[in-house]
Design a protein around this ligand. Structure first.
Ligand code: BDP
Length: 709
């Protein structure tokens, strides 16, 4: 296959040189950003070719490990694709450790002519060199000058993980791109080549771990039948530095261990987990550890036995510590019987336990206190937990942002989180610093992203959703990168370096998320998505658990709209630093994009624009629709520059997204109008249907919804 591919690329290169192909073969998107198509511009292609005749890989061992073999293969295939010539790759033993690089950082240095020219890729380990190789290829793909490279790059966070919400039956919870790529039934004998391409893609953006299974865990994955298969996957990923992790079901000692309890303080339970963990390490010597969702949304946990989260987490931590493993204990907890505002409950449960977790525990916290909304403020625990390592959990899959049907490039949203100031240790105490260890010196640092990939040929369903996988990896490595830089890199790597195309694509990506906010959840509105599958509007959703209904959050009535989270309301503001409580609590200073998250306001409240709240909300929904129409038009203008198959795919999704934006606007405005009892302001298009029509829509079998599966 590699040979075939090389031959094809060389053929394509010669055709390109003759000006004969632009899209000789339809592109199905499988190659992601690792396309390595010939650089079209002759001068640039020649310059890259001249810079890389020789590549020297320098590691302390200097051995031909599987990782070095993979590195050589990637460099040779990559450059032969890009420039039509295969570079010579030499491996060399480095003298001593390069202190600037840590375990995973790399150094790229252009070598003088006297040294034989070319580029040296240096690291303190083989995987670091692999990262350097991918970085070099990226620079070649994005048009950087390779002649005078002097680059040192190290990751800011130690564990950069994908979390797959994949069930053993291959259903992916909140997955919109097909089924799970883990073929448990065919493993361990048949190893789909996709596993290697998955690991390549992860390594190319610096990801170094994969949690294979859903947080709503199945104990069966801990049985020998599955562990043998987990070991096979680990073996496939190992050359690329991707370690495997699993989710642990708290009640496993009862379900598969024959015990009558899972009490974390019971000696039999402790012994069972110790032995289970030892068994896992016999299968997978570099196993990373567990993610545990406990006492959350019906999952079993330590509270079932009168114990707390620290008792539960430390049970696993003790079992894993001798083997070097860690446990990520999720803070996504809220109880139906608790009267307290749902967004406060994690702080309520975890703050008393600050300092009680063992050092190899990291409390895994979603970016916001509710649940991956199009916009929420950062989770208060990032500011308030002082003595606990914290994992930031982001959601790459777009559960509340239009699944893989809608375009929402998420880097701008994640940047808001990384850059949010918690004020925990004075101004500048950003969430980024809280999780990368610089704020409080925690050595265990983790960022996790809920994966958006599946068996779809292009991995992510929406072809442009590949950019979210890419952006997650890049930000997990270095959260100070700009969203726009990442969008531009991805566009160049994926669609080539033609300047006008790159500029247009970057712009489309960067605008997209705010547009989704505007047509679905403007002004800090939240949790008004349809019930269950969360696709489309559902501000009318009532019945069942109050904290799963929409009015619990929007509080719309004839008096106004919004959640009062100030001292007169749920006082969630008190979970933040006083500076923030003062800022967000003050109507004059609260950013308008969080207004209704923190305040309940009358319909005639006058917003900064001078318009009433009702008019402002209505016009913002309309703005979202208008912007979405422009986005689709801007995409349509790219037709000559984009591969026809991908162009058609995205165009169809964009057309649907425009209609869905209109649907969101009309449904929400008609619903809220029952309370505001005001006309739509001038400039807002009248809805096509009645409120009853929108409320009667009941989508079935929406992908990714566990309830319909
Ligand atoms: C919610 C999802 C649900 C997940 C849960 C979690 O709706 O499917 O199981 O989060 O993160 O967003 O545990």
């Amino acid at each position: 296959m590699p040979n075939l591919r090389r031959r094809f690329l060389i053929a394509a290169l010669s055709l390109t040189a003759l000006g004969l192909v632009r899209h000789a073969v339809a592109d199905d998107g499988y190659r992601l950003w690792l396309r390595y198509d010939p650089i079209v511009d002759d001068t640039r292609r020649e310059a890259v070719a001249a810079a890389v005749p020789v590549l020297v890989l320098t590691t302390p061992s200097g051995t031909e490990s599987p990782t070095i073999e993979a590195t050589r293969r990637e460099l040779q295939e990559g450059f032969s694709g890009l420039v039509g010539r295969v570079p010579e790759v030499r491996v060399r033993v480095g003298a001593g450790v390069d202190e600037a690089l840590g375990d995973e950082g790399y150094r790229l240095t252009s070598r003088g002519v006297a040294d034989g020219g070319g580029i040296e890729i240096r690291g303190n380990g083989d995987v670091a060199v692999l990262y350097g190789a991918f970085a070099l290829l990226r620079r070649a793909q994005t048009g950087e000058d390779l002649a005078r490279l002097q680059v040192v790059d190290t990751p800011r966070v130690g564990r950069r993980l994908l979390n797959h919400w994949d069930n053993l039956n291959r259903f992916v919870e909140r997955g919109y791109a097909g089924f799970s790529i883990w073929e448990w039934f065919n493993l361990p004998d048949f190893r789909n080549p996709r596993y290697r391409d998955y690991a390549r893609a992860c390594a190319s953006i610096g990801l170094n771990g994969a949690v294979l299974t859903n947080v709503n865990a199945d104990a069966l994955v801990l049985t020998p039948y599955y562990l043998e298969r987990v070991a096979a996957l680990a073996e496939e990923f190992r050359p690329y530095g991707v370690r495997v992790y699993l989710t642990a079901r708290f009640s496993a000692p009862k379900e598969i261990g024959g015990l009558d309890t899972a009490d974390p303080l019971d000696p039999r339970v402790i012994a069972w987990w110790d032995e289970k963990v030892a068994e896992i390490y016999r299968w997978v010597p570099d196993f990373g550890g567990f993610v545990v969702k406990a006492n959350s949304e019906g999952q079993p946990g330590p509270q079932d036995f009168g114990r707390n989260h620290a008792d539960g987490a430390n049970l696993f931590a003790r079992a894993l510590a001798p083997h070097g493993g860690i446990v990520m204990w999720r803070a996504f907890v809220y109880q139906p019987e608790n009267e307290m505002d749902r967004v406060r409950q994690a702080s309520f449960e975890f703050m008393p336990l600050d300092g009680a977790f063992l050092p190899n525990v990291s409390v895994q916290i979603k970016n916001g206190p509710l649940d991956f909304m199009p916009r929420e403020p950062f989770h208060p625990l990032f500011g308030s937990l002082q003595h606990t390592s914290m994992t930031l959990e982001l959601q790459i899959t777009q559960e509340y942002l239009g699944h893989s049907t809608h375009l929402a490039f998420l880097a701008p949203m994640w940047k808001e989180v990384f850059e949010a100031d918690t004020f925990a240790r004075g101004p500048g105490s950003t969430v980024g610093k809280a999780i990368d260890g610089t704020l409080r010196g925690h050595p265990l640092t983790v960022v996790a992203g809920v994966s958006n990939i599946g068996t779809d040929r292009n991995w992510t369903g929406h072809p442009l959703a590949q950019a979210n996988w890419y952006a997650f990896g890049r930000l997990a490595w270095d959260h100070t990168l700009e969203a726009e830089t990442i969008a531009e890199e991805w566009s160049r790597m994926t669609f080539g370096s033609e300047p006008a195309t790159v500029a247009a694509l970057t712009d489309i990506l960067v605008r997209s998320r705010e547009i989704v906010v505007n047509y679905s959840n403007p002004y800090g509105l939240h949790h008004i998505q349809a019930r269950g599958h969360h696709f489309g509007p559902g501000p009318w959703v009532t019945g069942g658990r109050p904290d799963w209904t929409a009015p619990y959050y929007h509080q719309a009535s004839e008096f106004g709209i919004g959640a009062n989270r100030g001292p007169e309301g749920s006082n969630a503001l008190a979970d933040y630093a006083p500076e923030l409580a003062a800022l967000w609590g003050d109507l004059e200073r609260c950013p308008e994009n969080l207004l209704l998250w923190f305040h309940h306001l009358p319909w005639d409240y006058v917003t900064k624009s001078g318009r009433t709240l009702w008019d402002a909300i209505a016009l913002r929904y309309q703005q979202g629709v208008d912007e979405m129409r422009r986005l689709a038009a801007d995409w349509a203008a790219l037709e000559p520059a984009i591969d026809p198959e991908i162009f058609a795919n995205v165009s169809a999704r964009m057309g649907r997204q425009v209609n869905d934006a209109i649907h969101w606007r009309d449904a929400c405005l008609l619903y809220f109008q029952q309370f505001s009892k005001r006309p739509l302001p001038e400039g807002v298009e009248p809805p096509a249907h009645s409120l009853e029509h929108y409320m009667s829509i009941n989508l079935r079998y929406v992908p990714g919804h566990p309830g319909d599966y």
